[in-house]
Design a protein around this ligand. Structure first.
Ligand code: ZN
Length: 142
């Protein structure tokens, strides 16, 4: 395999520990395997190590920044809306919205702030979307 960074053709397979750190949190991944370039230091993890690396990266982000996806889901459930309904209200694609909830994509900060605002003031929803009406408990009137 050729180094994608410098073109050196002598990549060396190594097994080593990788330390991930972010904003004061750190996490060590043991026995990570990959091909490394002795010239420039570029490395490519094998499939399994790469998966572990991305999972650890997501975990460390959650530890530092909180689980925003879970926050969004909680707020949506509290508003008694489906992903489709809430994504329409805020004007975001349904697919993107479900990725935010699953933590696959980090939601834009303004969206998170908006949803936290709506969490405290659910009546604002009807202003954001003229067609949206808050769901009320079914009432029997006599
Ligand atoms: Zn290189």
């Amino acid at each position: 395999m050729k180094c994608p960074a410098c073109g050196n053709s002598e990549m060396v397979t190594e097994i080593k520990d990788e330390i991930l750190s972010y904003s004061g949190q750190s996490l060590t991944l043991h026995t990570m395997k990959g091909d490394f370039c002795p010239l420039c230091g570029e490395g490519i993890w094998d499939e399994e190590s790469y998966r572990r690396y991305t999972e650890a990266q997501a975990a460390i982000m959650r530890a530092v920044k909180g689980d925003v996806g879970a926050d969004i889901r909680r707020i949506r459930k509290q508003l008694k809306l489906t992903q489709t309904e809430l994504s329409e209200v805020v004007g975001i694609g349904k697919v993107a919205f479900s990725r935010y909830e699953r933590g696959e994509t980090r939601p834009p900060a303004p969206l998170v702030k908006l949803l936290k605002l709506v969490e405290r003031h659910p009546e604002l929803l009807s202003e954001m979307s003229p067609t949206y009406r808050p769901k009320r408990e079914a009432r029997l009137t006599g």
